[in-house]
Design a protein around this ligand. Structure first.
Ligand code: NCD
Length: 358
């Protein structure tokens, strides 16, 4: 069985993402991840299992007895939320997911309040967390840090799983899971997600949610992907290469209105100006045509939905918020359920929860 203890860091790091997957599974061939680091770990079967588990948890949680049962499932586990980058939803939904499944939690939300400020290495900090907790949920501005920490932990005397809650400009796998869950739920009574058109708009260059979701969508049949952005912020070459290699139908354009007319889902994103190499660089880009407002709402098909990982600025006008096609608030809540499912699955409790009597 492929194990992270049997491969050196340099060799593991150099593998293509899809080849890394086998090293990160809970048990060989099971599909459920142990460490969750990137979207390439999830195939359609695993995505469907997670959506089913999230639906199940959501249902069980409706009654007091059910909610108390769920709280007992992982009551023997503790999770550390280690967020060294700003976050509201990702932090709180992971926290709420832990609470639903009964985990107790601790958190560091600012490296300045931890010993890293005194010069402690990430490796030593993570080893410290693993002494007290059974899982680390981490967000970091550093691309690849979650992967390095996962390897370190698996090669330590106290291996525990890592959930990547956003790594640099690179990946945001749990956001992509909640996005897929939202899409699957939105279309489940309308013929499913296969054959749909998903339009991405905004800062596609630096939006990690876009990279992760674009990949997950390739697991579905004939899902067309349209990328709408100013040239400076268009979808990066690595994403395009994956789509081309997989024979996915995609289009790169700057015509939002044209794309909206054909959309089943429009996925709006914020300009990620925290990554600007010089201060104010993004402000010089004309983004006026990459916003969703009353006009775009008129063009969106009747069953089309509007999504956003949030936080938003002005890329979706608030006049859209009460339209039944505005899915971003429900999308946000979906994050809590799918993360509860992922945490239960990570600890090997998928079957227990699916088959419980509630
Ligand atoms: C995103 C992120 O942090 O990558 N938000 C999120 O996790 N819900 C997108 C963003 O910050 O714009």
């Amino acid at each position: 069985m492929a194990r992270l203890t049997e491969i050196g860091w340099e060799d593991f790091h150099a593998l293509p993402l899809e080849a890394k997957r086998a090293y990160l599974e809970r048990t060989e061939g099971d599909g459920m991840p142990y460490h969750t680091l990137f979207a390439q770990q999830f195939d359609r079967a695993t995505l469907e299992r997670l959506c089913a588990l999230a639906n199940r948890i959501r249902f069980i949680n409706k009654s007091k007895e059910g909610a108390l049962y769920l709280k007992s499932v992982l009551a023997h586990k503790r999770a550390m939320l280690y967020f060294s980058q700003p976050s509201s939803r990702t932090f709180l939904s992971h926290l709420a997911a832990c609470q639903i499944m009964g985990l107790t939690t601790g958190s560091v939300r600012d490296a300045a309040t931890s010993s890293e400020f005194k010069g402690e290495s990430h490796e030593d900090s993570i080893r410290t967390f693993s002494s007290y907790f059974d899982m680390i949920i981490m967000r970091s501005p550093e691309q690849g840090l979650a992967e390095k920490m996962a390897w370190e932990l698996s090669n330590s005397s106290r291996p525990i799983p890592i959930l990547n809650a956003g790594s640099g400009k690179d990946q945001h796998p749990t956001q992509a899971l909640l996005d897929i869950y939202t899409l699957v739920r939105s279309f489940e009574e309308k013929g499913g997600l296969d054959g749909r058109t998903v339009v991405f708009c905004g800062d596609l260059m630096r939006g990690r949610t876009v990279r992760s979701l674009s990949y997950l969508l390739t697991n579905f049949r004939d899902v067309r992907q349209v990328f709408v952005a100013p040239q400076e912020l268009q979808v990066p070459a690595d994403v395009v290469m994956i789509l081309a290699k997989k024979g996915i139908d995609f289009e790169v354009t700057d015509d939002l209105r044209g794309a909206v007319k054909t959309a089943d889902a429009v996925y709006m994103t914020r300009i990620q100006d925290e990554w600007d190499s010089s201060k104010g660089a993004s402000a010089k880009i004309d983004t006026s045509r990459f916003k969703f407002g009353a006009e775009e709402l008129k063009l969106l098909p009747k069953d089309g939905i509007i999504m956003h990982p949030l936080p938003r600025r002005d890329e979706i006008a608030t006049c859209c918020d009460h339209d039944p096609r505005a899915m971003y608030w429900r999308q946000m809540r979906n994050g809590m359920w799918i993360r509860a499912a992922l945490i239960a699955g990570t600890f090997g409790f998928e079957k227990t929860v699916m088959e419980c009597g509630y």
